[in-house]
Design a protein around this ligand. Sequence first.
Ligand code: NAD
Length: 448
Amino acid sequence: MHSPYKRHIITAKIAVETQYIASLQRANHERENLQPKDMNTFEATTYYFRQAASVMELSERVQALLINPDREVKVEVSLQLDNGELAIFDAFRIQHNSARGPMKGGLRYHPEVDADEAKGLASLMTWKTALVDIPFGGAKGGITCDPATLSENEKERLTRRFIQKIHEFIGPQKDIPAPDVNTDAQVMAWIMSEYSLIHGFSPAVVTGKPLDLHGSKGREEATGQGVTYIAEEVLKDLGTSINNCSFAIQGFGNVGSYVAKFVHEAGGKVIAVSDVSGGLYDPNGLNIPELLGFSKRRVLLKEYSGAKRNISNQELLTLDCDVLIPAAMGGVLTVENAAEVSARVVIEAANGPTTPEADETLQRKDILVIPDILANAGGVIVSYFEWVQNLQHFTWELDQVNSQLKRLLTNSYHSARRLSKERGISLRTAAYIIGIGRVGRATVLLGV
Ligand code: NAD
């Protein structure tokens, strides 16, 4: 009997038989140009996709159909700065795939935001929402800017101008943004406000909103909470537990600070944390409650004097620890530093922190990597709960949010782990196979 994804392959092969030579050529061209080194985010995601697709024996045509985004929106946003000068910013919304539902993904404000990064991150969202089986597709976007140089007023006006430009492409049943790097509940509130001015009261157009404005209990901490649930399961499978392990966490924003909090509360020893200003290290464990006060007040970690010593972000990645958790930017584990990683497990709380070549090195070193599309899916899962609550005008209690979050995440982890063991493939490839299979079957059922 054929496995479910084999059945999909056969159906899909027949369904697309007559389709598009042009995208086949484009896919071949991309493949020839793919080297394991120096890939941008889109190339890296495509590389991981193709690894899974080759195990699934998906034809080039099906692969091309699933790799390329449905729609790429690029707009120019002009803004009068507080000093009266005019500034112009590039902004993006990439909508990757909507076969399983409205598209869903974060909005990032960062100088390195560009179309390729957003394309890669949008594609990750498609596989992530499918892997954890919530009824969304994938999208991502952002504004190429340095928010540290913008006043709160400028950030609000920039956000509102951006929404004026893209409002017709987003919506509760089309594409639902959420917070990502340098965007938070306040930015989501401005988006809801601007969108609602045009379309009428629409809380479900964004998730990650403040609690006072139709946000969900548990959403702010959801990604960090989810990473901790995953850590519990993974360590249990390795015959240990959080309270027996040491952790190094890169990034101390929304995700990193909540991971540190929950791991610390579970008895884990957090020996290193970092932010954009650098890292802190104490082999006996840092004072996490004190450091959380810094992150709440948005004070950079370099101002903290209570650590044993200050370290660089690079040094943090190669520290002797049980669990390494990159929770900041993508592409930080590279061909240059992967061989030096000493952790037993890497849990990808950030999106795309491991380049494909680094991934191969980690596998050779027998370091278990928990892929981003599984490890950080807690955020989008509770975003889904927020969207459901908004559509039903009904609120959930925190224990309901967290128990449903834990259920979806642990089920997804165990499905991926089972497949990975059965097929002798990495957890990442297994997770992609599950996601790709679900999106592929939905695509075929809709009619290509
Ligand atoms: P954030 O803006 O709240 O925090 C980012 C953190 O990274 C900050 O501490 C910042 O100082 C640090 N940082 C920035 N540049 C750095 C650099 N070059 N080196 C080291 N540290 C650096 O963002 P976040 O929401 O915590 O997102 C972090 C990561 O998690 C991103 O990759 C994001 O895509 C991913 N993610 C976030 C969510 C979410 O719900 N917020 C969900 C899933 C995945």
